[in-house]
Design a protein around this ligand. Structure first.
Ligand code: SF4
Ligand code: SF4
Length: 206
């Protein structure tokens, strides 16, 4: 029996088993790039890994989020890892990366597409789930809180502004729109399939 260890260390192919591995990797890569293309219309394999997106990302300055790394992992076909990653939820959609990418890749659309896929496997972060629930419950992603009600009164304004907050009819219209758009089904899936055990931050849910 021939030992494969010495040649593997040099990156050489010595058996059918070893030949299979890189082929599978290439297929995986093409599959996920195509899946992203079909879902979001952006072809990530144009990326040359220059890192301009990471260098200009304001979110990455304060977190471990590295835009180029997400694109790289997606290109390499690490579908499950990318969809389960917290990082894709840290993008603020400021579009700086899109403006600076030398390959014209709409990185924001890639991230949004990845989020849409991630939601379906329960990858949505608790804070984002809370915002989505707020939207359904109040018609506002960031609803009025007691502090702001007090400030409004001090300024001589009505405690409740003339928005969905003050209209049950408008809120029922919001519900109808969200239901017709399938928003609740998607949110329910996200809540049922939570792949994270971390509980939602206290006070985020209304
Ligand atoms: S800026 Fe564009 S080409 Fe450069 S790493 Fe980011 S996505 Fe890839
Ligand atoms: S859109 Fe997102 S990924 Fe791009 S620079 Fe802004 S925060 Fe970073």
């Amino acid at each position: 029996m021939v030992s494969m260890k010495p040649n593997m260390a040099k990156g050489m192919v010595t058996s059918n088993t070893e030949i299979e591995a890189p082929r599978k990797t290439v297929m995986k890569k093409v599959d996920f790039a195509d899946e992203l293309m079909k879902a979001g219309g952006v072809y990530i394999n144009k990326c040359v890994q220059c890192g301009r997106c990471t260098a200009s990302c304001p979110s990455g300055k304060h977190t471990a989020y590295r835009t180029r790394m997400i694109i790289r992992r997606a290109m390499a076909g690490f579908r499950d890892e990318v969809l389960a990653s917290d990082d894709i939820w840290l993008c603020t959609t400021c579009y700086t990366c899109y403006e600076r990418c030398p390959r014209g890749i709409d990185v924001v659309k890639v991230i949004q597409t990845l989020r849409n896929m991630s939601i379906r496997v329960g990858g949505m972060l608790p804070a984002h789930r809370a915002v989505a629930l707020n939207l359904y419950k109040t018609g506002h992603a960031v609803p009025l809180d007691p502090d702001n009600k007090e400030k409004r009164l001090k300024l001589g304004l009505p405690e409740i502004p003339p928005t969905v907050h003050s209209s049950s009819i408008a809120l029922s219209e919001v519900h109808e729109l969200l239901e017709q758009a399938g928003f609740l089904d998607i949110l329910e899936t996200a809540l049922m399939k939570q792949i994270r055990v971390r509980p939602p931050e206290e006070g985020l849910f209304l």
